[in-house]
Design a binder for this molecule. Structure first.
Ligand SMILES: NC(=O)c1ccc[n+]([C@@H]2O[C@H](COP(=O)([O-])OP(=O)(O)OC[C@H]3O[C@@H](n4cnc5c(N)ncnc54)[C@H](O)[C@@H]3O)[C@@H](O)[C@H]2O)c1
Ligand SMILES: [Zn+2]
Length: 361
């Protein structure tokens, strides 16, 4: 299945399906034959788990560079190492980068591609559920010690090739993490889809064809938004639903311990509580959604590990924060997002409500 993404800066397609790697790569023949060198950037876990399938289905000559996994991949140090590697390989402006991995590899490789010799082409080959989100839309970044994703660029890939065969080797934690972004895409776009998710199997036990459908649906939601607003001036902000409070939990816990999507799920509950106040979401729905999230093993115990004061430090670091006022994406009703300024004091109250609710269920 192909989903077009048309942004002002660049148009490309996301190809998604099972066992599609070779065919989708072959469809990009022109891009590959133009390239003087093809460099695959990946991480140690992905390469260990998926090297043989990748090599068996990659019909061009390539060099591979294996990086540390997780957020380490997005460090300045690794960024520098990869640039050094490209220079030593004598890569030019005609070289092509393949980002083979999850969101961390994709963000790093994208930023490397955006900046190596002022920009060279790259293709996203995502290997996590979460990357149905991160590989589409052209946000690339590395982390600074003062904040995550603080250094980056909007830079679109030439293509996204999502072979769901790669998902077989994901841990349950990573499946759960990635599904939170799928659920986020549902919440900002489609009440009926949300119902289906809430009524469906555990997110870690979805049948493969249904999962593929959901991923394609999520990509479609993201593509539609990115087409309207490539650089996050307006509607693209909706994609941050759950991320303000989620990022604070993720950062406070230390990156990796609570996975990105796991933290986003906690943030989604926070946003629903806020949406009761500023929108028309009813409390019954929030409770039902929390119940679903708990049943699915999202780690809400993380909230209790920190006080609101500890989280505040991170809340205020949010890229969208503005002099003690925070910007949240909320829901008017399910499927209808809007952006709302919220005072820190109001956040404190919602944080109290969240803790009370967690103690109750
Ligand atoms: N650019 C964007 O728009 C955007 C959007 C959302 C998230 N992100 C970023 O994405 C990152 C999170 O992405 P992620 O959850 O994919 O994390 P990740 O890339 O760190 O992958 C998670 C873990 O799974 C391993 N892994 C990946 N694919 C595997 C496979 N097929 N089999 C076995 N193991 C595999 C990785 O090595 C890693 O240990 C964060 O850095 C976040 O900031 C970016
Ligand atoms: Zn996210």
């Amino acid at each position: 299945m192909e989903i077009p993404v048309k942004t002002p800066s660049h148009s490309y397609a996301v190809t998604i399906g099972k066992g599609i790697l070779r065919e989708a790569l072959t469809a990009q023949h022109d891009l590959f034959t133009k390239a003087d060198k093809i460099i695959v950037l990946t991480d140690e876990n992905v390469w260990t788990a998926q090297q043989s399938y990748f090599e068996a289905n990659f019909p061009y000559i390539f060099e591979v560079h294996v990086m540390p996994a997780g957020e380490k991949c997005k460090s300045f140090e690794n960024y520098n190492e990869v640039q050094t590697y490209l220079l030593k390989q004598k890569c030019t402006r005609k070289s092509l980068i393949i980002a083979f991995g999850g969101g961390a590899v994709g963000d790093l490789a994208g930023f490397v591609a955006a900046t190596y010799m002022r920009g060279i082409p790259f293709i996203q080959v995502p290997t996590t559920i979460l990357a149905h989100d991160s590989a589409v839309g052209g946000k690339t970044a590395i982390n600074h010690e003062l904040g995550k994703n603080m250094i980056g660029a909007f830079y679109q890939p030439e293509a996204v090739i999502f072979d769901i065969t790669f998902l077989h080797s994901l841990s349950e934690k990573e499946v759960r993490s990635g599904m939170a972004e799928v659920i986020k895409h549902a919440l900002i776009s489609d009440a009926q889809w949300v119902e289906e998710l809430l009524e469906g199997d555990h997110v870690t036990e979805l049948p493969e064809n249904l999962l593929a459908n959901y991923l394609a649906h999520g990509i479609q939601v993201k593509a539609t938004i990115v087409e309207q607003d490539e650089t996050e001036q307006s509607v693209r902000k909706y994609l941050n639903l759950g991320h303000t409070y989620g990022h604070a939990i993720e950062a406070a816990a230390g990156y990796g311990r609570v996975a990105h999507g796991e933290a986003v799920m906690i943030g989604l509950i926070f946003s629903l509580l806020l949406s009761e106040k500023f929108g028309k979401v009813n409390h019954q729905f929030t409770k039902r959604f929390l119940h679903f999230a708990m049943e699915n093993g999202y780690p809400f115990e993380a909230v209790r590990e920190f006080t609101f004061e500890q989280l505040t430090e991170y809340l205020l670091k949010d890229k969208k924060a503005d002099y003690g006022q925070l910007q949240f994406v909320l829901l008017e009703t399910i499927g209808q997002p809007f952006v709302q300024k919220v005072e820190l004091e109001q956040c404190r109250e919602i944080d109290r409500q969240l803790r009370a609710l967690l103690a109750e269920v």
